[in-house]
Design a protein around this ligand. Structure first.
Ligand code: RIB
Length: 319
């Protein structure tokens, strides 16, 4: 393992209860599931596993409950090589995600449980971790004051900060100086920019709006439409998605974010980091499980068999 790549993830950890079905129910309807899985998940924990599988040294700061799920959630992180000494156990249930998987996509309902017991003090008590991490990776499944404290602590130590604003919640523009890369998906971009985001031109316009409010780089994941980004110099580019057989899209965004953190920690450019993360996310959707489906480094660096869906709108892109 390369000691140079150190990532700190402050975020959520959930047990995913995944029901596979032919089509999701409409409101008031009951449908039969074809399969039911208990799979470790949570955006923070997923991103930690993604980064660890890619060879980074990862510390995860989060909270689990006092229920029977907690031990297996922690064990799963350990097996992936993630350091778990910053996980606090609180009374009550762990985070739970109820996931329906149908027709190549998912719907998720999250019960935050222990994730919402995290406090800014948990971050302050983990000061040591900010001294050594090169990249700090944050999401919005934990209380926003905890995210804000982690971003401030990271910047106090000169660390690079990636904020994945998922699930979508508006946050104060005063946070922007603490964020190096903001990684919304289409819906999250619409929430943050307070404008509809449908066509590619909307995506760029929404990112420019955030940039005008003080955001640095913005990387928007668009599912099978690829990735759009606006770099710190205000240059907008599209990166096409890979055309892969879809098994489970759960955690694809997390695979992207974990990989982005690793690539940036390795000193790659933003464009090269997005390219790398795009491959990792593509491999993830070919497999079941948010954490179980995260690819290993050799699969990403090796012969990558998949082709992109269509050329990038503005050429291959570089910084
Ligand atoms: O991003 C996917 C994750 O969102 C799932 O693992 C689920 O736990 C929810 O947090």
């Amino acid at each position: 393992m390369n000691a140079e790549k150190r990532i700190l993830v402050v975020g959520s950890i959930n047990m995913d209860l995944v029901a596979e079905m032919t089509r999701p129910p409409v409101m008031g309807e009951t449908v039969l599931a074809n399969a039911l899985h208990h799979l470790p998940g949570g955006k923070g924990a997923n991103q930690a596993v993604a980064a660890a599988r890619l060879g980074a040294r990862v510390v995860f700061l989060g909270a689990v409950g006092s229920d029977p799920f907690a031990a297996s959630l922690i064990e799963n992180l350990k097996t992936a090589g993630v350091a778990t000494h910053r996980i606090r156990t609180v009374d009550g249930p762990s985070g739970i995600a109820l996931i329906t998987l149908a027709q190549g996509d998912n719907q998720i309902i999250i019960y935050p449980g222990a994730n919402h017991a995290l406090k800014p003090e948990d971050v302050l008590q983990a000061e040591e971790e900010f001294k050594t991490a090169q990249v700090v990776l944050l999401q919005f499944e934990i209380p926003l004051p905890v995210v804000a404290q982690a971003a401030r602590s990271a910047k106090a130590h000169g660390r690079r900060v990636i904020v994945n604003p998922a699930p979508a919640q508006a946050f104060p523009t005063e946070w922007f100086p603490y964020i190096d890369v903001l990684t919304p998906n289409r819906e999250e971009l619409a929430t943050l920019s307070e404008m509809p985001v449908e066509r590619p031109s909307d995506v760029v316009q929404a990112m420019r709006k955030l940039k005008a409010q003080g955001a640095r780089a913005i990387v928007t994941t668009l599912g099978d439409a690829g990735v759009a980004y606006l770099n710190a110099d205000g240059e907008a580019r599209f990166v096409p998605a890979y055309d892969v057989p879809v098994v489970d899209t759960t955690g694809a965004g997390d695979a992207f974010n974990g990989a982005l953190a690793v690539a940036l920690a390795e000193g790659r450019s933003l464009y090269a980091s997005i390219e790398f993360a795009n491959r990792v996310a593509a491999l993830k959707v070919t497999r079941m499980g948010a954490q179980a489906g995260m690819p290993r480094r050799e699969e990403v660096d090796g012969n990558f068999a998949w082709r992109t869906r269509r050329p990038a709108e503005d050429g291959s892109g570089s910084e």
